[in-house]
Structures are given as structure tokens and as C-alpha cells.
Design a protein. Structure first.
Length: 179
């Protein structure tokens, strides 16, 4: 099923999403990578994260124009997932999954997989509004962007505990055992 959602997201928005659904998002999206997540452990967030979508992305920006905004690998950011969801984040966007995060997201948030290599396409759907923690550098700053139908993204981990990455891994293991 396809969903066009407006950020900030509500609990009801997240609840209706199922693993495998397609999502397009409009509204404010915040980029955050490793350093931004680490800084947020010690500092107040410069933005309101209630209902937010956080995009694991290190965009390429020139003169406040988005040149490329492809997803970065989310696995190394898994350790920050609980903290972000506790701050009100309802959607985390990235690539490669969030190993072991299904329980943390349950009833509160979703993980949206955005295919790698889509940076130019994503750039056309994003407009820079502000930059926070600029001292971290372009790729690691928190970029506040206005999204217009960002996606398509796949619900890879839903708020009901389904994790497509985990399911595929288990399926492969079962097939290998039957050989």
C-alpha cells in the first residue's frame, strides 16, 4: 500500500504503516549522521523532534542548494535509535536497516529504507531551510529541509515489530538449512 504522509507524524500515522508499504513524505526532515547523533547526547536539540523524520544522510550542499542527498548506512547509528525515539522521532530514514531496533521502534516509530544511489533524485525533493551544528561540517551538520513527496521509501521496520531485513535473513538461513 502507498502512503503520502505529512510531517510532523502522529502515532496514528505510524500505526497504519506495515512492513513493505511504500511511503512518500512531505514536511520538515532533519538530516543527522554519526557526529550529530553524538552531539545530541550532550546538548539540547536545536529543533523540535516531536513527530519528526530524521534522515541518515550527509547531503552535498552548494550555496544552500541540495546537490545530492542520498542515505547513509543506518546500522552504525542503531545505538542512538532509542534516544531519538524517546525525543519524539516517528520516522528514521536510511539504508541497510537498523539491526535489533524493532523492539525500540515498537508502538512508536518506523524505519524507512531509501535505496542507495538515489541522492540526485532526493535532492530534487528537498529545500534547505536551516543548518544546525554547522561546526560539525557539511556532511555531519543537522540540515533542516522541506521535503515534497520525498521517496518512494519502503517501510522496512514497522511499529508492530516486523523487520524486513531480519525476515529476509531468516528466510535465507532456512533455505540454506534445507539444502
Amino acid at each position: 500500500m502507498e502512503h503520502r504522509l505529512k510531517i510532523p507524524l502522529t502515532g496514528e500515522d505510524v500505526e497504519k504503516l506495515r512492513a513493505g508499504d511504500v511511503v512518500l513524505l512531505s514536511g520538515t526532515v532533519y538530516t543527522a549522521r554519526d557526529k550529530a547523533h553524538a552531539v545530541l547526547r550532550d546538548r539540547e536539540a536545536p529543533v523540535d523532534l516531536e513527530g519528526a523524520a530524521v534522515y541518515h544522510c550527509g547531503p552535498l550542499i552548494r550555496d544552500r542548494e541540495v546537490i545530492s542527498a542520498g542515505p547513509t548506512t543506518s546500522g552504525r547509528l542503531t545505538r542512538y535509535t532509542g534516544e531519538m525515539v524517546d525525543r519524539g522521532v516517528r520516522a528514521i530514514i536510511g539504508k541497510g536497516g537498523l539491526p535489533g531496533a524493532a523492539d525500540v521502534l515498537r508502538g512508536r516509530a518506523v524505519y524507512l529504507a531509501y535505496p542507495g544511489g538515489c541522492g540526485a533524485s532526493a535532492a530534487r525533493k528537498l529545500l534547505v531551510r536551516a543548518v544546525h551544528f554547522q561546526d560539525l561540517g557539511m556532511a555531519e551538520s543537522i540540515w533542516e529541509m522541506e521535503a515534497a513527496d520525498l521517496g518512494p521509501m519502503i517501510v522496512a521496520i514497522d511499529s508492530h515489530g516486523r523487520d524486513l531485513y531480519q525476515e529476509v535473513g531468516q528466510s535465507v538461513q532456512e533455505r540454506l538449512k534445507r539444502r
